[in-house]
Design a protein around this ligand. Sequence first.
Ligand SMILES: [Zn+2]
Length: 171
Amino acid sequence: MSEPSAPPLIERLLAANRRYVAASPGLPDSPVPSERLVIVTCMDVRIDPLPLLGLRLGSAHVLRNAGARVTDDVIRSLVISQQVLGTEAVLLLPHTGCGMLGLDPGSLQPRPGVSKGDLPPLEVHPMHDLQTSLAQDLETLRESPWISPHVQIYGLILDIGTGSLIAPLTS
Ligand SMILES: [Zn+2]
């Protein structure tokens, strides 16, 4: 199948950026999130976290990773968000249909020629059940000595099919 070759990705990105700058979209006045909120969600391309919560640019910090897990780096960013930029609430927002559910960490391979014995650790945070992993992550936040007890901590599950939010089961 012959198709005219598209410009390389980086050229398309740079061209799009020139259009963005020309449109002068403007930025929020302040780097402080107006809702004093941090959202931790998955990197899944189907999630647009601000509009599904009625928020917009400037409303909240958004931290994303595979599975919306509370990793050491999420804790790092939360501490800075709270102590430097004044956020007071965290919403953990994992989702149904997540590619992390059932992922076998052993299926992840280093580049060719590298033996597994030489690898630095890779914390994959595998997930088998959304309710369980969300409960674990909420507990991790509540127990973290870096997170103030005054910070409000919430967890909801996003139904990726409808965009609706589901309260997790409470034990
Ligand atoms: Zn996901």
